[in-house]
Every structure is written in C-alpha cells, then in structure tokens.
Design a protein around this ligand. Sequence first.
Ligand code: NAD
Length: 356
Amino acid sequence: MQAFQFENLATRVRFGSGSLRHLREEVVRLGAGRVIVLTTPQQVSLADRAEELLGDLAVARFTDATMHTPVSVTEAALAISRQAGADGIVSLGGGSTIGLGKAIALRTGLPHLTVPTTYAGSEMTPILGETDNGLKVTQRQPAIQPRSVLYDVDLTLSLPFAASVTSGLNAIAHAVEALYAAEGNPITAMLAEEGIRSFAQALPLLQADPYVRSAREQALYGAWLCGTCLGQVGMALHHKLCHTLGGTFGLPHAETHSVILPHAIAYNAVASVAMGRISRALGTDGPPALVMFALARQLGAPTALRDLGMPEDGIAQAADLAAANPYPNPRPIERDRIEALLRRAWAGSPPLPEDS
Ligand code: NAD
C-alpha cells in the first residue's frame, strides 16, 4: 500500500426520510438562536416550511440564491443577516444555495447548517467558488465547510428526473477522480466506489419511477459519499475540463460533467486500480469509459457539448486552456490528445480507445 495522509473534516450528518422535522433541534445543537434562512426563488416554499419548523429561531430570510455565488448577491444577503442580528445560517437547496451559505459563513464565522436537495455534494466540502466581475475564483479552507448537514430524502422527490441524472453524474465524477487523485487514500477510495455503486443502481430505478423513495434514498446516500470524496482530495483532468468549459464558454455545470466524464475516464485508463474499482462499482467487466457513456445515454443525459451551446471553433482554445496549468493527473496532459478528446465530446461520439 502506498503511503498516504487522511484528514477527517468535522461535519455532523443526520440522514433519513422526513428528517427536516429535526431542523429546530439541530439548530439549537449548533448553539444558534437567531438564524437566517436561505433558498433560491424556486424553493421559497421550502423557506416557508423551514421557518414554520424553526418558529422564533428564524429571524431573517433571503430567497435569491444564484448559481456561481455572485459576490453582489452575498453582500445583499449579508446586509439582511446583519440587520437581523443573525447568529446562524440555514441553507436549503442545491449547490447554489449552499454556496451562498458558505460565503456568508466565511465572512462572518457564523455556524452553517445545510439541507441539500440535489446530489451536487457541496455540503461536504470546504470549497467555495465565487464570481465577481465575470470571474470565478475558487478557494478551499476549513472555515467554508458547513458544520451540520440534514439530509432529508423526501425533499429530493421533487428534483426532476433529468436534473437528478445530471446531478448524479456530476457526483459520480467527484468519486471517479478521487479514485486516481494525487492525494488518494484507501478510505476515500472505499467511499468513492460505494458512491458510484449507489448512483449506478439508483438512477435506472428513478428512470422507471422518480418517486421511489428507496432509490431516492440510495441516490442521496451516494451524494453524501461522492461529496465527501470531493471534500477530501484534489480533482484531476475531468474537473479541469469542466471548469474550463463552464468558466470560458458558460456551459451549464452538471450537464457538462455528464458529457465529459466518459472521455476523461478513457483518457485516464492508465490508472488501472481506479479503473478496476469503477468497473466493480458499475457492476460490469466492460471498459468503464464505454459503460459510463452507455449509462449516460440510457438515462437520457446530454452526451454532446454541441447540444450544450459549445461553439465548434472554441475547441482549440478550450484544449489550450485545459493543457495550461493542468490539475495533477495520472496520465500526463498532452494538448493534442485533449483537443481530440474534446472534438469527440463535442460531437457526442463515444470515447475511443485512442484516448487511452
Ligand atoms: P442548483 O443549486 O443551482 O439548483 C438548480 C435549480 O434546481 C435551482 O433552481 C434550485 O432551486 C432547484 N432545485 C434544487 N433542488 C431541488 C429539488 N429537490 N426539487 C426541485 N427543484 C430543486 O444546482 P446544483 O447542481 O445543486 O448546484 C450547482 C452549483 O453548485 C454550481 O454553481 C457549482 O459550481 C456548485 N457546486 C459547488 C461545489 C463545492 O464543493 N463548492 C460542489 C458541487 C457544486
């Protein structure tokens, strides 16, 4: 076994069906008595429910959380929080709302409890990406990590199936890259394999019926595992490509992950131990890149960058950007091969062995 380092980041987790009913108890446990409630405009009814459960502990609300955590939005929420004398933060929603809660926590030191309703996994990470003047800056530090996470499976029943798939594939991508991460370790590898397995089993069941609670439970459990992987180790080629495509070409976050993942796996096929674990998690002997591509297709996820609005004449620039300052990766980054990979991903072609 290779030498490794492992750090457990302290977050309290409460998981179950209907666990939102414990919200007040969990806020009290954090030592907060005056909280601000955060959601997106699409989830205002969830803010209503949270306030009902919190009673006099809820002193303010902000329901304009926005994708990519714009600093101007954070400042607006901060003003409301300060005016109300809030001493704690409750965020309910996906990565966008959790990002806002993290941004406020980082600036104020207030304890942050989050109730995730997608599978993106931000709740388990000390990572925050903020946008200001069109630039996204990402930082990683312990003060960003939420102190408490309340996973309520019932709140994920309303996540549309298409969003569940892209969010799930986004989560799988965290686990895949954790398996060949430079800081990889045996504990994270176990979590990653189990996280991939959870989604590979749950997503086809949700395709048949998105309201099957046991499948939703398995998917949310997978989100916890995959998010933990993202929080524990650094990411590689796949995330570099997605950050480049999202940052420079404005492609949508989760959908871009869905398209790129099979191609990134093909490129990194040299990481044989990781590939073995991915195959085992997917329950197949086939090449994991092709199996992942087939799974995405079967689930109706996007498989072509051109369908996400990527201009064909931007591919060469994307390859240049991805090859400059690459993240650590098991296989050296060769610019021309990255361009070939992106051309296939643009067209929606399956990953080919020449990527590997
Ligand atoms: P999101 O939070 O932007 O949510 C998308 C939409 O779905 C929103 O309108 C939201 O209100 C709605 N929604 C969420 N849950 C729902 C539910 N259960 N039912 C119905 N509607 C629901 O999407 P996301 O993919 O969770 O988050 C994406 C953002 O999170 C990106 O900005 C990404 O960069 C960030 N992110 C950060 C990290 C990190 O560790 N810092 C990790 C993953 C993602």
